[in-house]
Ligand binder design. Structure first.
Ligand SMILES: [Zn+2]
Length: 269
C-alpha cells in the first residue's frame, strides 16, 4: 500500500556521494537532475542501491589546487538504456559558476557507465576509444577546458586526462610504450606520417616514420601504442587490440598536469 503514496527517488545526492535507485519502478527510468556537490574529499562516489559502483577522484589542476573548499555544479543524467552521464563545472561558490569564457572556467566530464542491469555494455567497452565510451562526440569539439575522468576497466581506479584536437593542429601523436609520454609531431616534419582519419596505414612506411622518432623514458613512441591506465598500466584505449580505432581517435590525451613532448629536428636540441 505504501507504494501508492511514496515513490523512491531515482537520484539522491548526500554530501559528495550520488545514490541511484535502480529497482522496481525506477528501473529503465530516464531522468536528469542538477546538484551542487562539495569537493571536500576530492572524490565523488556513485552508489547503486547502496553498492559502490564508481569512485571518481577529482584531481586538481596545478593552477587551482585548493579544491577541498570548492563545489562541483553538475548534472546527473540517466538514460532509458541505463547509461549514467555526469558532467559539471567547478566553482568556488555554492551558488554560481564561472562563465564559459572566464579564465577560471573548469569543467569535468565523468566517464559514462551503465547500471548493473546493463553491465554487459560496460564490458563491451573495455579497451575502446573515447568516442565509443561517450567522452567525446563526433561533430562536436570538446573544449580544452573540459577534462575527463576515466575509470580503468581493470583496476577500477580513476584518472584524469586533458586532451588536444590533433586534426585541427595538423599533427600526429605517438604514445610511449606505457603512455607515460606523448610526442606531438607536425604532419610536415616527417614524410609519410599518418594523418588523422587516414584509413589505410602502410606498415612499412609507418616503420620508417617510427624509426625517426626520439627515444622515450619507457620504451619507444609508436603509432599503435595504447593509452594505458597510469595505476596498473592496463590498456585503456587498446589500439594494439583495436587497430582500426586509431585513425579515428583524433584527440591526443595527456594525464592531468603533464606536458606533451614536441618534435624537434634531430639537429636541434
Ligand atoms: Zn588500472
Amino acid at each position: 500500500m505504501l507504494n501508492l503514496f511514496w515513490e523512491k527517488k531515482r537520484i539522491v545526492v548526500k554530501d559528495s556521494d550520488i545514490y541511484i535507485d535502480n529497482l522496481n519502478e525506477n528501473l529503465g527510468k530516464a531522468i536528469e537532475m542538477e546538484f551542487v556537490i562539495a569537493l571536500t574529499f576530492r572524490e565523488v562516489k556513485v552508489y547503486e542501491n547502496n553498492t559502490l559502483i564508481r569512485n571518481f577522484r577529482i584531481e586538481a589542476l596545478d593552477t587551482n589546487s585548493g579544491l577541498s573548499d570548492q563545489f562541483l555544479h553538475c548534472s546527473v543524467r540517466i538514460l532509458t538504456n541505463s547509461a549514467v552521464m555526469v558532467d559539471g563545472v567547478i566553482s568556488k561558490s555554492r551558488l554560481s559558476i564561472p562563465g564559459r569564457t572566464d579564465k577560471e572556467y573548469e569543467a569535468l566530464r565523468f566517464q559514462p557507465f551503465f547500471l548493473s542491469n546493463a553491465d554487459e555494455k560496460n564490458i563491451q567497452l573495455f579497451g575502446k576509444g573515447l568516442f565509443e565510451r561517450g567522452l567525446h562526440f563526433a561533430g562536436s569539439v570538446t573544449p580544452k577546458d573540459v577534462r575527463c575522468i576515466c575509470v580503468c576497466d581493470y583496476c577500477k581506479q580513476s584518472f584524469t586526462i586533458q586532451h588536444f584536437h590533433a586534426g585541427f593542429s595538423e599533427v600526429q601523436y605517438f604514445y610511449s610504450s606505457n603512455s607515460r609520454e606523448i610526442l606531438i609531431v607536425p604532419y610536415d616534419a616527417i614524410k609519410n606520417i599518418p594523418q588523422q582519419l587516414q584509413e589505410i596505414i602502410d606498415l612499412s612506411l609507418l616503420n620508417e616514420v617510427e624509426s625517426k622518432l626520439p627515444k622515450t623514458i619507457d620504451g619507444s613512441f609508436r603509432y599503435y601504442n595504447s593509452f594505458k591506465c597510469p595505476h596498473c598500466l592496463s590498456p585503456f584505449i587498446d589500439f594494439e587490440a583495436n587497430k582500426k580505432l586509431r585513425p579515428k581517435e583524433y584527440y591526443g590525451n595527456i594525464l592531468v598536469n603533464h606536458a606533451p613532448r614536441y618534435w624537434t629536428e634531430p639537429n636541434e636540441s
